[in-house]
Design a protein around this ligand. Structure first.
Ligand SMILES: Cc1cc2nc3c(=O)[nH]c(=O)nc-3n(C[C@H](O)[C@H](O)[C@H](O)COP(=O)(O)O)c2cc1C
Length: 202
């Protein structure tokens, strides 16, 4: 059975620079034999967490929307690729709302001490995080990396690899940087090989 990877796009621009890097990583994971499903958060109709806290005592969220199916997929997946631009030094609001809804996983793991993901599965699951930022300033990725790390812990798919590119206001078009495109492809392929239990080298 091929390993299942979810590729999550956080940018509202479906064919922008973030999306291009994600496509490269998807191609890499596909070449490594993974089955990749892309999820575009901007296309989803998802409410933010409302703190109803039904998830304190049950495996479900009181809000019944597209996230119900997403929760199932995130329990089943082997790997995750998250691609997002930096917005106001963090991740875009829609992606943040999407991630906050994983309070359902948080409560299972930290409140009821029974994660949806077994310790054995956690050892195998990995997250590749791709992010771009307009500015060329120090620490521009600090906010998004903290969120990515926390998300990976909550869903037991730990942050494993990163592709980060700042200064996009100058670069404008990521395809003029084949080194970054190549890095996204290689990281996606490496992730795929690791998930399949194979040799990650070229
Ligand atoms: C609302 C908004 C907020 C942004 N905030 C930041 C920021 O705080 N720091 C930064 O470096 N770039 C910021 N940017 C720039 C984006 O990170 C940059 O334009 C990125 O290339 C967009 O990628 P995309 O076109 O694939 O979505 C912001 C862009 C927008 C639209």
């Amino acid at each position: 059975m091929p390993k299942k990877v979810i590729a999550l796009l956080g940018s509202p621009i479906l064919d922008g620079n973030t999306a291009r890097l994600l496509e490269e990583a998807i191609r890499g994971a596909g070449d490594a034999g993974c089955e990749v499903e892309k999820i575009e958060v901007a296309q989803m109709d998802v409410l933010p967490c409302m703190e109803f806290f039904q998830c304190k005592g049950s495996e479900t969220c009181l809000i019944q929307d597209e996230m119900t199916e997403i929760f199932r997929k995130f329990r089943e997946m082997d790997g995750l690729i998250v691609a997002t631009p930096v917005m106001t030094m963090g991740i875009p609001g829609r992606l943040k709302s999407f991630i906050d809804r994983f309070q359902v996983f948080y409560m299972a793991k930290y409140h009821r001490n029974h994660s949806f993901i077994s310790p054995e599965r956690r050892k195998e699951r990995k997250m590749l995080f791709i992010s771009i930022a307009g500015m060329n300033i120090p620490n521009v990725f600090d906010g998004v990396l903290m969120t990515a790390h926390a998300f990976g812990e909550i869903i037991d798919c730990p942050l494993w690899g990163k592709v980060l590119q700042n200064d996009m206001d100058t670069i404008q078009d990521i395809t003029t940087r084949p080194d970054v495109m190549e890095a996204a492809y290689r990281k996606g392929r490496e992730l795929g090989h690791l998930l399949a239990g194979g040799n990650p080298s070229p």
